[in-house]
Ligand binder design. Structure first.
Ligand code: HEC
Ligand code: HEC
Length: 205
C-alpha cells in the first residue's frame, strides 16, 4: 500500500497548492457557444462526442484543463492530425470562451461493455499496481473520476477507445505534454492493464 499512500498525498498536496494560487476561471459561455460551431462535427454540439469513439467528450471537463490542451495543440506540445489545425487559429480568449462553454455542458455517462474486464480495471484505478509501481489513478483523478481542478482532468464517461488511445500515447511518449505525470505511470502499465482500466473508466461516474 505504501506507493499508493504516497501518490494520494501527492495529488491532494498538489491540488491544495494549486488551489491557493488559482484565480477564478474567466471565460464567456455565450461567446464560447458561438465559437464552438467548428468543433461540433467531431465533439458534438453539447460536447458529448461525435461519430468516431476516439474523439473525446469535452462536456463537463475542467476548464483550465481544456485551455491547457488547446494551448498545447497550438504550440505543438501535443499533436494530432485532426486537432492541431483546429487549435492553430485560436486566441487565448477563444480558448477560454470555448473551455467555459464545454465545462458548462453536462456529460452523458457511459457504460463498461465488458464487466469482467472492468473489474480488473477497477483494481488498478483504485489501488494501482504496487508490484510494478503504478500509482492509483484515483489519487489524482478522484474516486469517481471527476478530476481535481485545475490540473487533473475528469476521466469519467469518456469512451474506452479514447482513454486507451491516450494511455498508449503516454506509454510511448507520443503524448508528452503532462509534465511526466502520466508518461511515467503509463510506461509501467502493460497493454492488458491499459485495456482493463479504460473499460472500467468508461462506466465510472
Ligand atoms: C475533425 C475533427 C475535430 C474537430 C473539428 C475538432 N476536434 Fe478537438 N479533437 C479531435 C480529436 C481526434 C481529439 C483527440 C486527439 C488525441 O487523440 O490526442 C481532439 C481533442 C480535443 C481536446 C482535448 C480533449 C482531452 O480530453 O484531452 C480539446 C480540448 C479539443 N479537442 C477541443 C476542440 C475545439 C475547441 C474545437 C473547435 C475549435 C475542436 N476540438 C475541433 C478532433 C476534432
Ligand atoms: C500524479 C497524478 C496522476 C496520477 C496518479 C494519474 N494521473 Fe492521469 N493525468 C494526470 C495529469 C496531470 C493529466 C493531464 C496531463 C496534461 O496536462 O495533458 C492526466 C491525464 C490523464 C488522461 C488523459 C485525459 C484526457 O482527457 O485526454 C488519462 C486517460 C489518464 N490521465 C488516466 C489515468 C489512469 C488510468 C491512471 C492510473 C493508472 C492515472 N491517470 C493516474 C495526473 C495523474
Amino acid at each position: 500500500m505504501f506507493p499508493v499512500r504516497i501518490s494520494v498525498f501527492f495529488g491532494v498536496a498538489f491540488a491544495l497548492a494549486a488551489g491557493i494560487a488559482q484565480a477564478k476561471f474567466e471565460g464567456d459561455v455565450a461567446a464560447g457557444k458561438a465559437k464552438a460551431g467548428a468543433c461540433a462535427a467531431c465533439h458534438g454540439v453539447d460536447g458529448n462526442g461525435g461519430a468516431d469513439p476516439s474523439w473525446p467528450k469535452l462536456a463537463g471537463q475542467i476548464p483550465e484543463y481544456l485551455v491547457k490542451q488547446l494551448a498545447d495543440f497550438k504550440s505543438g506540445k501535443r499533436t494530432d492530425p485532426l486537432m492541431s489545425g483546429m487549435a492553430a487559429p485560436l486566441s487565448e480568449k477563444d480558448m477560454k470562451d470555448l473551455a467555459a462553454y464545454y465545462a458548462a455542458q453536462k456529460i452523458k455517462p457511459g457504460a463498461a461493455a465488458n464487466k469482467e474486464l472492468a473489474e480488473k480495471g477497477e483494481r488498478i484505478y483504485r489501488g494501482g499496481n504496487a508490484k510494478t509501481g503504478v500509482s492509483a489513478c484515483m489519487s489524482c483523478h478522484g474516486p469517481s473520476g471527476h478530476g481535481i481542478p485545475p490540473r487533473f482532468p475528469r476521466v469519467t464517461g469518456q469512451t474506452a477507445s479514447y482513454t486507451e488511445k491516450q494511455l498508449l500515447a503516454f506509454k510511448s511518449s507520443k503524448r508528452s505534454n503532462d509534465d511526466e505525470m502520466m508518461t511515467r505511470i503509463a510506461f509501467r502499465m502493460s497493454e492488458a492493464e491499459i485495456k482493463a482500466v479504460s473499460e472500467y473508466m468508461a462506466g465510472l461516474h
